[in-house]
Design a protein around this ligand. Structure first.
Ligand code: ZN
Length: 235
């Protein structure tokens, strides 16, 4: 301020105007920069360090990310434990898509589960939607949850129905095994289904019970298998 005051007496007015304008620009640019840095980004570009299985990976900083709204067959993690059918293929597919590459994690729908893992919608830089892709190709199935955005649930279930009808990925075997023609009991509230012998299935309130005449029907209606009695075969 002192400098400006002094200049006022010695310099022409256009010089003062110009100086004030430059100062104004400087302050304005600081303000703009601050307001932009405060704005929360709608997405992040992050590098994938490690792929754990067909629906989970680790990014820089050791943060675990799980693909939201989908479930891939489980790998046998403990020694001697067999993997579920198609778990290794799903892992390989996800490795091929994202390992050591950059992916885009959307703020939309981003949550954390009780294990501290991010549940996220993940995209490739070319725009492909990884969660959806895994369902479309029959490497993962739709996993309903109350956290899931309705719009996404719809997209995932539509993609799954198409994958089932085209017998893509694991669906060819899953829909033709003996267990495919058995009856199942579902829980309308949780959108999980059980074998008729599962103790958890028997505990479902009568008003929440729904019966399916085949695996196709249970999956087609958007129910996911119970982890205890799952009819999913081992490798
Ligand atoms: Zn069950």
């Amino acid at each position: 301020m002192f400098r400006v005051q002094r200049l006022k007496f010695k310099t022409p007015s256009w010089y003062i105007s110009l100086s004030l304008f430059v100062i104004f620009l400087f302050i304005f640019s600081l303000f703009i920069k601050k307001s932009f840095s405060n704005r929360r980004p709608s997405q992040w570009k992050v590098k994938v360090e490690w792929v754990v299985d067909g629906d989970t990976f680790i990014i820089q900083g050791h943060q675990v990310v799980r693909l939201k709204g989908i479930d891939a067959p489980e790998l046998g993690h403990k020694k001697g434990e067999r993997s579920q059918y198609f778990a290794k293929q799903a892992l390989k597919r996800l490795i091929h898509l994202i390992k050591k590459r950059y992916v885009i994690i959307k703020r939309y729908g981003l949550t954390k589960d009780r294990y501290g893992r991010y549940l996220a919608y993940v995209y490739l830089p070319d725009g492909r939607f990884v969660n959806l892709l895994m369902i479309k190709e029959g490497y993962a199935f739709y996993f309903p949850h109350h956290d899931l955005e309705r719009k996404m649930a719809r997209r995932f279930l539509d993609a799954q129905r198409m994958a089932m009808d085209q017998r893509r990925g694991f669906w060819a075997r899953i829909l033709s095994m003996d267990a495919a023609n058995k009856r199942y009991i579902g829980n309308r509230k949780e959108l999980r289904f059980h074998t008729l012998l599962c103790p958890l299935g028997r505990k479902i309130y009568l008003k929440h019970r729904v019966y399916f005449s085949s695996l196709y029907e249970a999956f087609y209606k958007g129910y996911a298998p119970c982890r205890v009695c799952t009819p999913w075969p081992k490798e």
